[in-house]
Each structure stands twice: as C-alpha cells, then as structure tokens.
Design a protein around this ligand. Sequence first.
Ligand code: CUA
Length: 336
Amino acid sequence: MFTNFPLFPQQASAQAGQVDAIYFFMVAVTAFFSILIAGLVVFFAIKYRRRHRDEVGYAIHGSLALELLWTVIPFVIVMVMFAWGAKVFFELYRPPVGAMEIYVVGKQWMWKVQHMDGQREINELHIPVGRPVKLIMGSEDVLHSYFIPDFRVKADVIPGRYNVLWFTATKPGTYKLFCAEYCGTKHSGMVGNIIAMEPEAFQAWLGGGAASESPVAQGEKLFSDLSCNTCHMADSQGRGPMLTNLFNKRVELQNGQTVVADEAYLRESIVNPQAKIVAGFQPIMPTFQGLVSEEQLLQLISYVKSLSTQGAAPAPSGTTAPQMPQASDRPVVEKK
Ligand code: CUA
C-alpha cells in the first residue's frame, strides 16, 4: 500500500502483508474516531454557544439507547482488533515444522550467526527466499532484540534462554537488521544486513567461502573435550542419562514432574544441572556455567539433537527406562 513511501518499510516477507493489514486497520479506525470526535467538539461548541449574557443551560437526563450504542459499537470494534491481532500473533509465534534452523547469538555489540552447514557470519544473515527460516536466538550478555523492519518481525534476545523468530523472505535483496533493545554504548551500531537470495544462489553461497565444521560436528568434539561422554554414554550404562533420542521427548524427573527435552531444557541441564534431576540419577553433574560460551552451548545442543531420529513422535516417557543396548554409534530407530 505505502510501499513506495520512503519512510515506510517495504514488504519483503510472507508475514509483512498480514501485519500491515491489521496495522492500517487500527490506524484507520483510530483516525476516523479522532477526526469524528474533534469535529463534533468544534461543531457542538459553535452550535450550542452562549448567545446572550444571561443565558443558562438546561439539564439533560441521558438516553439508555445512546449509552448502549456507544458501548456496543466500540466493543465490537475492539473485539475485531483483538481476534484479528491474536490470529496474526499466533502465526508469527509458531514456526512451521521443517523450517530451516539457524543459530543467532547476540553479543555487545554484534550478531553472530551459525548455519547448520557450518557457515558462520557476523552482522549478516544470508537466507534463501521462499523458505521458512527459524532463528534460534540466545544472548551472550544482556538483552538485545532482533528486528527486521522489512520482514515485520522482531523478537527479544534474552540471556539465559532461547527465543525463536521465523519468517519467509519473498524477494531477493538486502534488508536492514537492527538491535531494538538498548544494550549499551554501541547499541546504535549493532546493526546488520539480511541478504535474501534465490535458492540456487543461496546454495552456492553455503558451499563457498571458508565454511567451518557444522555445529553438530563441533558439538560432538566439545562433547568429548569436556568429557561429557564419560557419563552420558551411548548405552544406558552411564552415570548420566542417555542422550540418544532424547530431544523433544518427555523426561521424568526425580520430583515426579515431566518436562519436554527442548533446547531450553538442554541448555539449563548444561549450565544448571541441579535444576532438573532425571528420575533414577544422582545429582552429580558439575555445572558448565562460564566454561562454555553461548555458541558452544548451541553446538552441544545441536549435537544432542542430532542423536535423535527426526520426526519421531514424542514418547510418553522412558529416557531412564532400560533401553535396548546399542553398539553402533548411530541413533537407532525405536520401534514401538
Ligand atoms: Cu544489542 Cu541494542
């Protein structure tokens, strides 16, 4: 609508149109009533002005019909805004299954990106158009916020947890990235570029350059460097829970509760192992807080994720139940 207006960001994602539609609807409703009310104030001030010095106003006694009318109409309008807004909000908050995952770490004052294929970048993000992209974001230090105006998406990047932002770019181009949360001296310089490319060009970009090892491979290396593998063994003989097929499964805890082993749970179990003790295990794991960076945490997590067979339905529980011994180093598909 206003895409040629220089102060209004262009629409470059599949989400942008929906966000703009509700935005313009709300602006239109607000403008209409503001003008209507301001106009009526002026109109009534003139129409009912005092014409003689000794003129006295007369009392009015209200009108039930009028009261109902100006209660019901705004109610209906705000409920439309609420329902419509909730629908768009939920869509923006639920990344589709199968979206391309990319890790982002915010740090004073830069954005570090790690692709699953091993490509890394700083203050840039290369993505293919036409494919949902899901950013899994954490912070090394303080609150940041990842904001791409042309895509109409923004999410806080919070120390100690993971936040997700997803979008589907629709046209190739370079788009501005901003940090939208005041985070220190060089907050205003914490900017970057999103480079949306045709899928073939993106594949070529992924393959080119000095790609380091994939996060999974780096995580696997860390896993043995930090001696995680001395307790978390590939069979159920270890002193720590087995990690094979753990991701996104339900885990039974010592206190009787169950949790889903998602990224946040895995992260917490590394930096604060005592927070959730798996049923049947001793609280003997040391904390790795301060020993691994946010990026390394993401690498460890992607290694643990890689130990799970993709698309397996969540099991009710059973990470601690006796498992089939497995000699091979590959995850074995569980038959139910
Ligand atoms: Cu990071 Cu502002």
